[in-house]
Design a binder for this molecule. Structure first.
Ligand code: GRF
Length: 197
């Protein structure tokens, strides 16, 4: 039986696309629902193109609305892929240990409230760090704080701009996030995916 994944987005959804592309055929997981807090999120169209139900939350702060929508699709795992609002605590409790987020820097550095989008990469460049890369972690009630499951490193280059660094990190996210979801599907729960795996 396939592991049922909901993906939550606020924007373009390129990570959603990577999941839709990878979780097909013999893969042990499927995207069964896409949720967004914004009706104009580009990723909703990607879901529709793939024939996956795409739903807009009428009140993203209302845990019962989330729980109803997730329960209706019998969701095993919730993946935040560019979801920019806090998931209500009632949802985090109900799905404890079954919510993943992808962050575009090496947590615990460059995370926390307000650290999203280009700001993350600006901060990395301003720090003089020589490496960055995506982190996939479990979600708890605090932004970017839950247990880290996987990280991959990319170099920060001397002539980097935030956009160039963002693109280099994003390309790696597109491979890493499906890898972590597939590992969770095989294990029946999210598990660490070290670099050697
Ligand atoms: C990614 O950089 C991800 O790390 C962050 O939000 C961005 C989402 O991009 N959480 P996309 O919508 O998947 O293209």
């Amino acid at each position: 039986m396939s592991y049922r994944v909901a993906v939550c987005i606020s924007g373009g959804g390129s990570n959603l696309q990577a999941l839709l592309d990878r979780l097909q055929g013999e893969a042990p997981a499927r995207v069964v629902l896409v949720l967004s807090n914004r009706a104009d999120a580009g990723g909703l169209e990607r879901a529709r193109q793939a024939g996956v139900p795409a739903e807009v939350l009428s009140d993203p702060a209302d845990a019962s609305e989330w729980i109803t929508r997730l329960g209706r699709r019998d969701v095993d795992l919730l993946v935040l892929a560019g979801y920019l609002k806090l998931v209500p605590p009632g949802v985090v409790q109900k799905y404890a240990g079954r919510i993943l987020n992808v962050h575009p820097a090496l947590l615990p550095a460059f995370g926390g409230a307000g650290m999203y989008g280009t700001r993350v990469h600006e901060a990395v460049l301003a720090s003089g760090a020589t490496e960055s890369g995506p982190t996939v972690h479990l979600v708890d009630e605090v932004y970017d704080r839950g247990a880290i499951l996987a990280q991959r490193r990319v170099p920060v280059l001397p002539d980097d701009t935030p956009d160039r660094l963002a693109a280099r990190v994003l390309a790696v996210e597109h491979a890493l996030l499906p890898e972590v979801v597939l590992a969770a599907a095989r294990a029946g729960r999210p598990v660490p995916v070290p670099e050697e795996a």
